[in-house]
Design a protein around this ligand. Structure first.
Ligand SMILES: Cc1ncc(COP(=O)(O)O)c(C=O)c1O
Length: 407
């Protein structure tokens, strides 16, 4: 077989996206032993860096090895004992994923739904909490399937009033949209690298409040082969997953450094670099850059006689849904963009399958040139497919948005 040589795609879908070059370089570092002082200090640095990314003082801020759903699964399977109630407000595909993972953990799952393209008012969630009295509220912040961003800022206070643990999956939104773990009183948050953080998927940073950790520590059972007399078992039922057992993960990341899995070191180096990259840019400047790119892409598609999907008041900065115009074959357009222009845009799932494209502007690709190339190329393939538009209007609108001169 020949050496791997992939086409130089510009990834403008809902993630994954092209990595920051410095993140790719970090992954090619030689390995050191798992308990080498340079490795353990790198782990400590990662914890400190992600406290900044999550905007939290939580001591318990670590990586779960695996894709973003590994973080979701670790948070939910560790705190939900069979029969525990969880409330999941579902406004897209990833809300269904939270339900599915919670069900598999044996929880009693209650969901409420709004139509795709909308989000929940805090009152709707409070009313459901009052009726159901769940142990956990699990809610996605940015659901890439619909491009909507659920406001979270009022939910923490509600959760505290009803003594509910508040968890959010911010995989697709962190770094490109405001996120405040402590100010919004979140108890658990999980994310991934492959969206606004500009890395590949494969590591899931999580942060956990003391309140959350107190709950899961009751289920602390150290595995037999490494258990010592000093280890006391908790009173709660044993967590159903060994790999995603948060108390054991905390023992491994904490002072005891109790052996658990073999750290996915290259992904740790990569997660470290993603965080440094974000912090060097500044979290607010990064959010502003994502907003500018998202606004320019939105203005561009609208100027090309295309209709954006969903309630734009709640659109994520880093992805826009675009209705596929009548008479246009959505898959053919995507194919031509990919094969003729090396640009990938996204399709969609569930009720939106075949109805919308999803165009992302995130991480390394939240850049003016990436926005303009995508709009220019999309214009060409749409025009050739018979869609009526005014030539150059999309790129002009995006340039005006960047220049701050859009009318
Ligand atoms: C909001 C959200 N949650 C979870 C996931 C699942 O992530 P992964 O595919 O990395 O497991 C995604 C992926 O797109 C996502 O957008």
């Amino acid at each position: 077989m020949k050496p791997l040589s992939l086409p130089p795609r510009l990834l403008m879908g809902p993630g994954p996206i092209n990595c920051y070059p410095r993140v790719l370089s970090a992954m090619s570092q030689q390995l050191v032993g798992q308990y080498d002082p340079s490795m353990t200090s790198c782990m400590n640095e990662v914890m400190a860096l992600y406290r900044q990314v999550f905007k939290t003082d939580n001591r318990h801020t670590i990586l779960v090895d695996g894709t973003s759903r590994a973080g979701i699964e670790a948070v939910l399977v560790s705190c939900l004992e069979p029969g525990d109630k969880v409330l999941v407000p579902v406004f897209g595909r990833f809300g269904h994923l939270l339900c599915e993972i919670a069900e598999r953990a044996g929880a009693e799952v209650h969901s409420i739904e709004v139509p795709w393209g909308e989000v929940f008012e805090p009152e709707q969630i409070e009313q459901a909490i009052r009726e159901i009295r769940p142990k956990v509220l699990a809610v996605v912040q940015g659901d890439t399937s619909t491009t909507m961003l659920q406001p979270l800022e009022h939910l923490g206070e509600i959760c505290r009033r009803y003594d509910v643990l508040f968890y959010s999956d911010a995989t697709a939104s962190i770094g490109g949209n405001p996120f405040e773990t402590d100010a919004w009183q979140l108890d658990a948050v999980s994310v991934g690298l492959q969206k606004c953080l500009g890395g590949p998927s494969g590591s899931a940073p999580i942060t956990l409040s003391d309140r959350y950790v107190d709950v899961v520590r009751k289920r602390h059972h150290v595995e037999a082969g490494i258990r010592e007399n000093s280890h006391q078992s908790g009173v709660g039922s044993r967590i159903r997953s060994n790999y995603f057992d948060i108390p054991m993960l905390l023992d491994y990341w904490g002072e005891e450094r109790l052996n658990h899995h073999t750290e996915a070191a290259s992904m740790l180096f990569c997660a470290r670099e993603c965080a440094i990259n974000l912090i060097e840019e500044g979290i607010e400047p990064s959010i502003a850059r994502h907003k500018r790119a998202g606004d320019a892409m939105l203005a561009g598609v609208q100027a090309m006689n295309l209709v954006p999907f969903g309630n734009l008041k709640h659109k994520m900065h880093n992805v826009v849904g675009v209705e596929i115009p009548d008479g246009v074959d959505g898959e053919q357009i995507r194919q031509q963009l990919l094969l003729d222009f090396n640009i990938e845009i996204g399709t969609s799932f569930g009720p939106l399958k075949g109805r919308i494209w999803r165009i992302g502007t995130m991480g390394y690709n939240a850049r003016q040139d990436a926005v303009l190339h995508t709009l220019q190329s999309l214009e060409t393939v749409l025009r050739r497919a018979g869609h009526k538009l005014s030539g150059g209007a999309g790129v002009d609108a995006a340039i005006d948005t960047y220049a701050g001169t859009a009318v």
